[in-house]
Write a protein that binds this ligand. Structure first.
Ligand code: KG4
Ligand code: ZN
Length: 358
């Protein structure tokens, strides 16, 4: 019997310093032997967002400790590891460099395979740790920096169906929270307040909802929230109602555009797919999960989410992507650079910024 692959994953693309040991299982899923995450949220909270230099310094200070801890928790030694996977992009280059370089150094020293992982592929494949994914599948990736619908044909083979033309969904949660004087990251606090508020209190716009295709847009929604914040007295009642109205609006947009993406993929694939994966930090949101589950069921699809513990940034998803890429012989040499931009579908137009076309 072939030895079960065991990988060390390293993640430093943004504000979490993370290391994890993951082992493949006989049934094609994976076992997380350790998943150590050091969040820098408190460092960045007072700035309402991530400060790159602060984040990079904190990664440098913590990374060795975090990797050692991940080994200790897994009860393995570095010599038991079959390969090293580190996030190479997209993200802040000063941050990526820390994890990427230490991953390369370990791989070089141990003479073990090295895999440079796209952070987004980490999120995309993360539910596969628990349940074997049927390719091709539809993916909705909703995180702090990205909001996209993709067809995942296979590992390393993606086709983008739609993306945000302005802000990412997680970023919109974060900005909304900031406008309401609440903490960073915004998602968890908005979700909590939304439970106490009236979602019909504020009528917020649904940008490009009736435009063909499954692109997304959240900038207009953000502006509308700013208007409400300027017009109203910001007390707890207002915060709860605005959070609830905001979340209800997001859910309307996601439901509509998910239906469009499902129809598009059904046409392209002759109805030949079963799984709908929703991943990324925003996918932890219970109300979003519940509503997208309904849409999937109506379309006869099985919806899969990552375990909430690995929805946000973590290194288990990086180790897992590393194992999957290794099995496809997608190895990297140690000269691989960090990439601030790195789309899963490299053919897709880059939609953010000036010159974008709707
Ligand atoms: O995937 P992730 O950890 O980092 C990126 O790759 O960007 O996603 C972080 C994003 C943040 O914007 C955060 O506000 C959002 O995920 N988030 C949530 C929730 N928890 C985190 N959004 C909505 N509801 C939540 N409960
Ligand atoms: Zn992420």
């Amino acid at each position: 019997m072939r030895k079960k692959l065991t990988f060390l994953g390293i993640e430093t693309s943004c504000d979490e310093t993370a290391a994890s040991i993951v082992q493949e299982k006989q049934d094609g899923t994976g076992k997380i032997l350790s998943n150590v995450i050091s969040s820098q949220v408190d460092n960045h909270n007072k700035f309402g967002g991530v400060v790159p230099e602060l984040a990079a310094r904190s990664h440098l200070e913590n990374i060795e400790f975090i990797i050692n801890k991940s080994l200790k928790v897994s009860k393995l030694k570095l010599s038991d590891i079959d390969g090293i996977a580190a996030t190479a992009g997209p993200g802040l280059v000063v941050c990526l460099t820390v994890g990427l370089n230490i991953g390369k150094a370990i791989a070089g020293f141990l003479k073990k395979p090295f895999i440079a992982v796209n952070h987004l592929e980490g999120h995309a494949l993360s539910p596969g740790l628990e349940k074997k994914l049927d390719f091709p599948f539809l993916l909705l990736l909703i995180s702090g920096g990205h909001s996209q619908f993709l067809i995942v044909n296979d590992i390393n083979d993606y086709r983008q169906l739609g993306t945000t033309i302005d802000d990412a969904l997680g970023e919109t949660f974060d900005k909304t929270s900031k406008m309401l004087g609440l903490s960073y990251p915004g998602g968890p606090v908005i979700e909590k307040l939304a439970k106490k508020g009236n979602g019909d209190k504020f009528k917020l716009p649904l940008p490009i909802i009736n435009k063909a295709g499954c692109n997304l847009s959240f900038a207009g929604l953000k502006t509308a929230i700013l208007r409400e914040v300027e017009k109203n007295k910001i007390d707890n009642n207002f915060k709860n109602n605005l959070a609830a109205s905001f979340q209800k609006t997001i859910i309307k947009i996601l439901k509509k555009k998910t239906k469009v993406a499902i129809d598009e993929f059904k046409k392209i694939s002759n109805n030949n797919f079963n799984h709908f994966v929703v991943a990324g930090g925003v996918a932890v949101n219970k109300d979003i999960r519940k509503n997208l589950k309904l849409i999937a069921e109506q379309s006869g699809l099985k919806i899969l989410f990552p375990d909430p513990k690995i929805c946000g940034d973590n290194a288990a998803m990086i180790a897992w992507a590393g194992i999957n890429r290794y099995k496809k012989k997608l190895l990297n040499d140690l000269s691989v650079p960090p990439k601030s931009r790195w789309q899963l579908d490299e053919r897709a137009p880059f939609m953010k910024g000036p010159g974008l076309k709707l």
